[in-house]
Design a protein around this ligand. Structure first.
Ligand code: SAH
Ligand code: SF4
Ligand code: F3S
Length: 458
C-alpha cells in the first residue's frame, strides 16, 4: 500500500472518541493517508471533538484557531471537524471557522472516506450530521499501526437512552444501539491476531447491551469475548448502577480474562440530587450494589465519577457525597465541576452554584480521594499481582525511584493500578511487552506501586 498523503488526527474527549479516531484512520488508509503526529506536515487535519463540559468545547475552538494559521501557510490543507461538538453545532461551526472544509457528526464516521474524496475532488464545504436509527459499521481495520500498543477500545454500543438531566450524550450520540456480537467478535479476533492483548468494551450503559435488538445479553457477550484466542484481558465501561445485575456481578468470578475492576459512576451521594439528575437510583440502592459486588468478589477494584455543584446542591447534599466516597472507599475517582450544557434540561434548573464554590467542593473531593487511594495502594504491599506489561518506565519521579539501576518496566494490575518493576533478565527488542508478569508489591505511592517479579525474588 502506498501512502502518498498524510493525516493528523487530534482527539478530545472520551474513549469512544479514541475508538472513532481509530476508525477514521482505518477508513482513510485506503485513500492513501498515513497518520502523522504533527499537524504542521499534514495534508489533512481531523479534529474529533467532545461536548461533555464547556471546557472541552472551548478546546475545540482554540485548536481550530491554531489550524487557521496552518491553512494560511498551506491553502491546500483540508480541515475536518467530527465528534460531539460537530454533531451539536453542525453548520454553525462552518460559519464560525471560515477555513474549515468539513463538519461530520458522530454517525458519519463510516461515511468519512467518501466525504473526504468529495472535498478532494470538488472542494466545497460539506456538512454531514445525519443521525441514523441503525448502526453504520466501518470495515474492520485491525492492523495495529503502533507496534507498542497492546490495549485497545472497542465500542459495542452507541448512544444513550438514559437522559440524565446534566448530560449532552443522548443528544449528540443519538439513541442507544448495540452492534452485533458477530461484528464485535470478529473485530476483537482481528485485533488479537495483530498483537493486541487487552480490550476495553465501551458503551454508555453496557448493562443494556443487546436488549433492544434482541441480541445476546452483555454477560453472554463477555463470555464469548473470553473465548478469543490470543487475548489476555477484558475490561468494560460504563456500567450504570441502576441496571447492574447479579448475573453481571457473577461474571467477574466466572471469566478468567475479565479484570476484577468496575467503573460504577455514582455522580452524587445525595438521594435528593440523584433524583434531580434522573439517575433512577438512591444512595441506598447504590450502596447495596457495592455490597453485592464485594460479597461476590472481595478484591474487586471500584472506581467512580462524581459531579460537584449540580444546581441546588446544598452543603448537606455535598456532605452526603463525601460520606459516600468514604464509605465505599473507591480505588479511584474522576470528579468534575457541574457544567451547563445547552441541550440538557439541568441548564434551566435554578439555584446554580458559583464557580468558586464548585472549585472548592472539587478540591475537597480530590483531597479526600487522594488519601483513600494511598491507603488502598498501601494495603496492596506484600500482595502478589498479575501485571499486563505496557512498556518501559520513563524516568521515575525522584520520590518514587528505587535504588535499582536495572531497566524498569511498567504494567497494570487487574484493578488498573500502575506497577513499576525492575527486570534483570536480558530481553529481546519487545521484551516483556504484552506479557503477564507476576509481581510481589513492595512499595506503594499515591499514583503507582513498585514491586519485583516473583521469579526473581531472592
Ligand atoms: N455513561 C456514563 C457517563 C458518560 S459521561 C455514565 O452514565 O456514568 C462521563 C462523565 O462526565 C459522567 O459520568 C459525569 O460524571 C460527567 N459529566 C457528564 N455531563 C456533565 C456535565 N454537564 N457537567 C459536569 N460533568 C459531567
Ligand atoms: Fe449521560 Fe446519563 Fe447516558 Fe451516562 S447514562 S451517557 S451520564 S445520559
Ligand atoms: Fe465527550 Fe462525546 Fe464522549 S461528549 S465524553 S466525546 S460521547
Amino acid at each position: 500500500m502506498m501512502y502518498p498523503k498524510t493525516v493528523y488526527i487530534h482527539t478530545i474527549g472520551c474513549q469512544m472518541n479514541v475508538y472513532d479516531s481509530e476508525r477514521i484512520a482505518g477508513g482513510l488508509a485506503p485513500l492513501g493517508y498515513r497518520q502523522v503526529s504533527e499537524p504542521e506536515s499534514a495534508d489533512l487535519v481531523i479534529l474529533n471533538t467532545c461536548a461533555i463540559r464547556e471546557k472541552a468545547e472551548q478546546k475545540v475552538f482554540s485548536f481550530l484557531g491554531r489550524m487557521a494559521g496552518l491553512k494560511r501557510k498551506n491553502p491546500e490543507l483540508i480541515i475536518g471537524v467530527g465528534g460531539c461538538v460537530a454533531q451539536q453545532e453542525g453548520r454553525k461551526i462552518l460559519d464560525r471557522a471560515p477555513y474549515l472544509d468539513l463538519v461530520f457528526g458522530t454517525h458519519a464516521v463510516s461515511r468519512l472516506p467518501v466525504l473526504i474524496q468529495q472535498v478532494e475532488t470538488t472542494g466545497g464545504r460539506l456538512v454531514d450530521v445525519a443521525l441514523s436509527d441503525t448502526i453504520q459499521e466501518s470495515p474492520i481495520y485491525a492492523a495495529s499501526p503502533n507496534l507498542d500498543q497492546i490495549s485497545r477500545f472497542v465500542t459495542i454500543m452507541q448512544g444513550c437512552d438514559n437522559y440524565c438531566t446534566y448530560c449532552v450524550v443522548p443528544y449528540v450520540r443519538g439513541r442507544e444501539m448495540s452492534r452485533s456480537p458477530e461484528r464485535i467478535l470478529s473485530e476483537i479476533q482481528a485485533l488479537a491476531d495483530a498483537g493486541i492483548r487487552e480490550v476495553t468494551l465501551l458503551g454508555q450503559n453496557v448493562n443494556s447491551y443487546g436488549k433492544k435488538e434482541g441480541l445476546c445479553d452483555f454477560s453472554e457477550l463477555l463470555t464469548r469475548v473470553n473465548g478469543i484466542e490470543g487475548l489476555l484481558r477484558i475490561r468494560f465501561t460504563t456500567s450504570h448502577p441502576k441496571d447492574l445485575s447479579d448475573d453481571l456481578i457473577a461474571t467477574f468470578n466466572r471469566l478468567d480474562k475479565l479484570c476484577k475492576h468496575i467503573h460504577l459512576p455514582v455522580q452524587s451521594g445525595s438521594t435528593r440530587i440523584l433524583s434531580r439528575m434522573n439517575r433512577k437510583y438512591t444512595r441506598d440502592m447504590y450502596l447495596e450494589k457495592i455490597a453485592r459486588l464485594r460479597d461476590a468478589c472481595p478484591d474487586i477494584a471500584i472506581t467512580s465519577d462524581i459531579i460537584v455543584g449540580f444546581p441546588g446542591e446544598t452543603p448537606e447534599d455535598f456532605e452526603d457525597t463525601l460520606s459516600l466516597i468514604r464509605q465505599v472507599a473507591y480505588d479511584g475517582l474522576f470528579a468534575f465541576m457541574y457544567s451547563d450544557r445547552p441541550n440538557a434540561p439541568a441548564a434551566h434548573f435554578p439555584e446554580k452554584i458559583s464557580e468558586a464554590e464548585k472549585a472548592e467542593r472539587l478540591q475537597r473531593v480530590l483531597g479526600l480521594q487522594e488519601t483513600l487511594t494511598l491507603e488502598k495502594n498501601q494495603s496492596l504491599v506484600h500482595s502478589v499481582q498479575v501485571v499486563l506489561v505496557e512498556g518501559v518506565s520513563q524516568r521515575m519521579n525522584a520520590s518514587e525511584a528505587s535504588p535499582e539501576t536495572t531497566p524498569q518496566w511498567y504494567g497494570r494490575t487487574p484493578g488498573h493500578k500502575i506497577v513499576h518493576f525492575p527486570e534483570r533478565e536480558r530481553l529481546g527488542a519487545s521484551g516483556n511487552l504484552g506479557r503477564l508478569k507476576t509481581i510481589r508489591i513492595e512499595k506503594a505511592f499515591s499514583h503507582s506501586l513498585w514491586g519485583r517479579p516473583v521469579s526473581q525474588e531472592e
